[in-house]
Design a protein around this ligand. Structure first.
Ligand SMILES: [Zn+2]
Length: 148
């Protein structure tokens, strides 16, 4: 799958709010979830259970939840375009471990949470061939309204 031209990602206003709220609920642990949409936009965020052994330092999505997300995406006529997770008391920059859990040729959105208060989500495109993240321009994360 080709990366969107500008590697820009738009989050609907309800998605932006949902990500921040989930990140704050989970603090001081990491939250995680699935992003459903199309190549350049996220229309739905599905909160998932973080099944990692140490939830303060990482996240893991169960195989059962992965199947559930695939079914949900198909039912809604959307694609599973990426994953989101929070960084409790750390910046919204991918960690070394994030490369191993990244959605290949898809989006990783990170929500920073400082002392229980969420900051602006940041989006990164993960190129599976190069094995690295590219940050999306912050401006593209402004809330926009979708006609669906
Ligand atoms: Zn991370």
């Amino acid at each position: 799958m080709e990366a969107p031209a500008a590697r820009a990602l738009r989050l609907g206003p309800d998605v932006d709010q949902a990500l921040r709220a989930h990140a704050e609920r989970a603090w001081p642990e990491e939250c995680c979830g699935a992003l459903l949409g199309d190549r350049a936009s996220v229309f739905v965020a599905l909160p998932l259970e973080n099944t990692a052994g140490d939830r303060r330092r990482g996240f893991l999505v169960s195989a059962r939840d992965s199947l559930r997300v695939e079914a949900e995406a198909e039912a809604r006529g959307l694609r599973w375009v990426g994953v989101y997770h929070s960084h409790p008391d750390a910046p919204a920059v991918p960690s070394a471990a994030d490369g191993s859990t990244a959605w290949p040729d898809g989006w990783t959105v990170i929500i920073p949470v400082r002392a229980g208060v969420a900051g602006d989500p940041r989006a990164y495109w993960f190129d599976a061939d190069l094995g690295r993240f590219t940050a999306a321009p912050a401006a593209t994360l402004q809330a926009v309204h979708f006609e669906r």
